[in-house]
Each structure stands twice: as C-alpha cells, then as structure tokens.
Write a protein that binds this ligand. Sequence first.
Ligand code: ADP
Ligand code: MG
Length: 627
Amino acid sequence: MAIDTAKETRGFESEVNQLLNLVINSLYSNREIFLRELVSNASDAADKLRFASLSDDSLYEGDSELIITVDYSDKLKTLTVRDNGIGMSRDEAIEHLGTIAKSGTKEFFGQLSGDAQQDSQMIGQFGVGFYSAYIVADKVTVTSRRAGLSEDEGVRWESDGKGDFTVETVRKKKRGTEVVLHLKDDASEFANGYRLRQIIKRYSDHIATKIEMPVEGEDATGFEAVNTATALWTRNKKDISDDEYKAFYKHISHDFEDPLTWSHTKSEGKFEYTTVFFVPGRAPFDLFDRDAKHGVKLYVQRVFIMDDADQILPNYLRFMRGIVDANDLPLNVSREILQHNKAIDSIRSASTKKILGMFETLAKGEDYTSFWNNFGRALKEGIVEDHANQEQIAKLLRFVSTQSASDEADVSLQDYVGRMVDGQQAIYFLTAETLATARNSPHLEIFREKNLEVLLLCDPVDEWVTSQLAEFDGKPLKSILHGELDLPASAADKDASQAKEEHAQTHEALIEKIKTALGDSVKDVRSTTRLTSSPACLVSDDNDMSANLQRILKASGQALPSSKRILEINAKHPLLSRLEAESDPARIENWASMLYEQALLAEGGRLDDPAAFVKRMNDMLLELTDA
Ligand code: ADP
Ligand code: MG
C-alpha cells in the first residue's frame, strides 16, 4: 500500500484556535498544569494499549513495560514527555490534535464573553488538555507511531499554535508518542529537574504507570521513577491525602477545578469492587446536551476498560465523575454485556445509594446551594427516572416558595411540611414560565391572605416532577392552578363553604351572562374565593394539562389539542358589579372577553388574537372618555 508521506500544512478547526487563545490568555497564573495534562494523556495512552493488548498481544511488540518519561534540556530549552503507549497514526494525529471531538463545542464557544477572567472559569469545565502545552511553549513537536503500524508509519506533527500545523510521515522505531515543548523565554523554569519533580509529585503521583526522570547530579546517568505508580483506589484510604484525591479527580475528569466532595468505597460482598466517586464543583458545559458522553471510568482487575461507562450510574447522575474497578467482570466486557450483567446491576444500585448519601451529607453544609444551582435540574430528573429512590431524592430537592427571601431555591419539602398551618392537607405549588409571572400570579392572592406557603416552580422539568411525585411525607402535592380550591378553614373564616354557596347562588345570573358571551372559548365560568384583588383568573380542570406544560410541549414542536380552561371570577370585584348591572349585549361581550384575556395575560399566556384585544380595549377607553 502506498503511504502518503508528504509534508502538509493544515489549519486548525476554528474552535481549536479559540481554545488556544483562551488557554494562553487565561491560564497564565496556573501554567504548571500543562505537565499534568501531558502526563495524563501519556497515561491514557498506556491504559489504551494495555486494553488493546488484551485481544491482540502482538501490539506490545515484545515490550510490555509501559513507562512515561519526562526529560528536559536547559541548554536547548526543551521539555519532553514520552510514552510507549498506544500512539497515533497520521490520521489520528490530524484528527486528535487539530479538532475538538466533544459534542457541544460550538455552543460552548458561543457562550464565551471575551473577558479573560470570566472565560478562564468556563474553560475549567471544558478541559484544556493537549493545547495547554502552548501556555509554556512557542512550538510543540509531536512524534508518534501507533502500536501495530510499521516503523515507516510514524507521524511528525508540529505547530506554533498560531492557526495551523504541519504533519509528515516519519520513521519511528519505538511505538508511542513523544511530545517536545520548545519553551518560551519566560518559561525556562520548566527546564529544571527539581521543579518538574515537584510538579509531578503534586499533580501526577497517583498515575498508575511509572513516570521516570533523569537522575539528578553532576555525573549522574540513567533514569529513576518519580511517582508512586500504584492505582490510587487500591491504596488504603487512610494513606491518601485530600490533595491526592483532588489530583486524581483532575486526571480522570479533565476538570481543573477541585471537586466538591468524594467517596472511596471497597465492597467485599457477593461482588467485589472498588469505587471512587467525585461530585464536581461545577456542572459540565454539556450537562443537558443529549449527545454528550458521560459516565465513569471502568476498570476490571485494575486494567482500564473504558471511559464513559454509562451503565454504572443512572442517567440523572451523569454529572458524577469517578472510577469503578470490578473484579467480577470478564476483561473482554463490552457495552452490550454491561447492559445485562448482575454485577453491574448490583454496583449500580449500591453506588446510587452511596451517591445520594453523599448529597444528603452535602445538604447539611454550606456547599449545598452551589451544588443545587449546578446539579439541581439533573437531580430533579431522578424523581421521574428512579422510582426506587424517589423518596430520598425528594428530600434533596430545593424550591423557591412564597416564603423565600430571594430567587435562590432554598426551601426543601421538609421545610415546607414543617411550616404547614393547622388543617392544611396539601403541599401547594404553581408552575409558570418565569419566577416573576409566578410571584405575581392572581392565583396566589388567597394563599397570601391566609398565609399559606406555595412553591413557585419555573423549571420545565418541574412539570414532570410534580406529575410523578404524588406526595411527600404523606402530604399530596396540589397545583393551585387546577380544580376547585379546598383550603383549610381558619378561625377567621365564618363558614367558608357556606359563603361559597351563597356566592354561587347570588351570582348565577352574572355567570350565565359571561358564559353566553364567551361561548366555547372556556370550559366553564364559576365564582371563586381564590381572588382578593384581581377580577378573574383561569384554572385548569383537575385532569387537564397545565397551561405551562402545554406551552412547553408546543415550544418543543408537539401538536396538542388545546384543552379549554375554566374562568373563575371574583364577584366582589367592582368590575364584576359593573358587568352585573350592564344590559347592552355588545358591551357585555366586550367586558367578558376583557376578563378572559386579562386572566390569560396575567399568567403569561398568549392571546389568540392580540389585535382584537387591542381594538376592544381602545373601544372601551374611548367610551370612558366620551362619558
Ligand atoms: P483528552 O485527553 O481530553 O481527550 P487532549 O486535548 O488532552 O484531550 O488530547 C486530545 C487527544 O489527543 C486525546 O484524546 C488522544 O486521542 C490524543 N493524544 C494526546 N496525547 C496523546 C498521547 N500521548 N498518546 C496518544 N494519543 C494522544
Ligand atoms: Mg488529555
């Protein structure tokens, strides 16, 4: 087969250029992390070769001792990270070092502000990887050969990080990858053995593959190991420092901020396995991207098997990072096998419980607000997805309510139940598109008057949460936008139900008038005690979809038969007294339509015919001025 050996110049994908600029401009104060990223890649390459060799032993080419070497020359101002891992072919080098494979990359860069300070925080969630080399280098040369390819099929990739790179096919005797950094003038501190050892100790000690450096000293020769080189999770918890856990997290997660918390568990029951789980400090940029890969790293008997093993945890916990090392799986385990495997089922349910327990602990501390703001929406999905743990998840939820001091979701269902007033039977909530709409909803009037707390739900997923979570602590969840009101009668209410009946009787004629005027645009018209200052509001029948859910589904492109609403009127309101006294049919129709339309607007709804509404309003205003 003829191989294309010619040297060619190619441009970076535009997102790579953006990433490069961002990395160089925003990470200056933390530049030593480049070494962690390069060692992390070398370690991944070693893991991948170990895994590939399980099915094809010849890939080792007779050399199965995997080593990462960090070398430097203060004369040449170079730093080299070398590995004898899986290596790259020419095509792979072009692909992996010239494009960004992550889904959602375009959207991510679209969100950046251009402000280096702010963007450097965002970049943490994205991960900088290989390109971090350009924080300290003005040229990077990568020479690599994929394990299994012939010595003639090596590749040299080179770039100054300014828009393009070159690739050419070269001879490379040893498989694996060598990354040479030509250090910038102000980065010569990194061509120093002590400095490099210190960085490796800090960030890469946990790397399970041996890392070597040249022996220091006048006449010294040869290389020596500079890391512990045992998989972190196999060590005794007591002997692992917080900094080591944090460094390990950064390696496996590609995040460069610290995790919020972690757990490390060895299970020796029916199935033997070890897990280390981390709660990240910040939600990944692609948490709600359907195509994003997620999951933890799977090892079998300490051999790396796969990234993103998404069977280990339920989908709503996709933001968790970590590793599972299982003893009872075959080394040739595939994603298909993972789907129907007893050991995995058992690991999954125990791990889910373990992680929910971690969240419970977090919920007692100060970090929970931050946790909730980052991951609350994902956790809410758990109410729908994970029925077995629904009760436990429900305790972790936080909402904004009419009692919240700010827009921060700070009310738990336990708080709510603890504050319920005498005789209150239900946990009341209302769903709306925005918090402002919810707060100003006329439906809240009577609840305010009676000092009854209402949860204000504005997250689309809340519609599903409230439809799946029937009750909490024995108290049903009740939408205040649905059905008839059944509020606890306080001492101040003379006799609420009697008052209601009187209401209905006295205003029968008024209701009939409005019904006739509105015809089919409403399901029913009735008098209510729900309102104290507004003239009217709309409610849905008990079994009908809420207006908010209809809006969400329509926005997502679903065709829906629109279900009609019930118009509830506040017969005590002066406007209704006026209407009651009115006898001109045209005016009655205008007034009734106006009531319906303003109720719709107040809940953030859209009018079917806004122009007709405006005309009607103007006619009525003119009548006022004429009078
Ligand atoms: P990530 O490690 O998150 O995938 P990087 O930017 O660090 O992202 O690396 C990009 C890709 O380049 C890697 O996924 C890998 O395919 C390839 N790569 C980088 N360094 C090496 C290496 N030493 N050996 C083999 N492949 C490598
Ligand atoms: Mg990497």
